[in-house]
Design a protein around this ligand. Structure first.
Ligand code: FE2
Length: 314
């Protein structure tokens, strides 16, 4: 929450502290990075959030040492902080290249201690970061190289990592860092801005939201994505020769891999018309660059409703 960040800043000032050590998953690291940034910037966290931003983020944060406990978000290698805005209830992001942690201590054994669904959600998030970086209209040769390697490593090592194999966990961690680096540059497609309201409004863990929505987004929009989809489907080994075949193959690959690593199926979500309106409004006002990054498709309200309708089986 943005207010948690402001509380952290107050405490840092009271104790005259100048370095943040963030130990935990993506949310913890994002909060730690935001505290270090707001302490340097001097304004409340809300001032820097996408969609409602009132101040620039082009300044260096105080030092952050990241100690991640899961291979997923890649928050330990980027300057993005995803926070819930207390006033609107929206999950928004504040970001600057100058807010990345100075050091990150990565220890695969931490992930081996995580409950299966938590680790599984983190791995699916990492896989989707690679896919979305590859699909993004801002993908480059460098981001493609990182994203492709990450996807292939996660597909190869994910199941063993879930069974506690430390070498596989280390490989998946490397992959999650590569996919996060690619995503930082290329940006996500529409799936991430669609997933955030599910976490903010329903409490669905981030990895599960993204894992649920990614195959739906691909089946609904993938046929119009053109070359980026052909490219990413090829990374996953698809031999399909038609656009429709590649869409089906890529969506199924994500679902089958998620099942293989034992990710629990999403429980059925319910949404009244009012809640659906709220979710759509959240996406449109998120200020996320993911809305403009989706190749071949102009993201508008009817399209967002279509994807959510499938997710909610309406
Ligand atoms: Fe993510």
């Amino acid at each position: 929450m943005a207010s948690t960040v402001d509380m952290g800043v107050t405490m840092m000032r009271a104790f005259q502290l100048d370095t943040v050590v963030a130990v935990g998953g993506g949310s913890v690291m994002d909060t730690g990075k935001a505290i270090a940034a707001c302490l340097a910037g001097g304004l409340p966290a809300r001032s820097y959030l996408s969609g409602i931003r009132t101040a620039p983020t082009t300044f260096a944060s105080l030092p952050v040492i990241a100690v991640p406990t899961l291979p997923g978000s890649g928050s330990e290698v980027n300057g993005t902080c995803v926070l819930i805005d207390d006033e609107t209830g929206r999950k928004l992001s504040a970001s600057s290249e100058l807010w990345s942690p100075r050091f990150a201590l990565v220890e695969p054994q931490f992930a081996a201690l995580a409950p299966g669904p938590i680790l599984g959600g983190a791995l699916v998030d990492a896989l989707c970061h690679g896919l979305e970086a590859g699909l993004s209209v801002n993908a480059t040769l460098a981001t493609d190289f990182a994203a492709r390697g990450a996807i292939q490593e996660l597909m190869e090592s994910g199941e063993a990592a879930m069974n506690g194999d430390l070498e596989a966990l280390a490989n998946c961690w490397w992959a999650s860092i590569q996919s996060a680096r690619a995503l930082s540059v290329a940006g996500s497609i529409v799936t991430h801005p669609l997933a955030h309201p599910l976490s903010a409004r329903f409490g669905v863990p981030h990895g599960l939201s993204v894992g649920l929505l990614e195959p739906i987004v691909l089946r609904e929009l993938g046929g119009k994505m053109g070359h980026p989809l052909t490219k990413v489907a090829g990374w996953t080994g698809s031999k399909a020769t038609t656009a429709a075949g590649r869409v089906r193959a890529l969506a199924s690959t994500i679902e089958e891999w998620a099942e293989e690593i034992g990710l629990p199926a999403m429980t059925r979500l319910e949404a009244s018309d009012d809640v659906m309106d709220l979710l759509v409004d959240d996406v449109l006002k998120s200020g996320s660059r993911g809305l403009a990054n989706t190749p071949g498709v102009a993201i508008d309200e009817p399209l967002i409703r279509r994807v959510y309708a499938v997710a909610f089986r309406r």
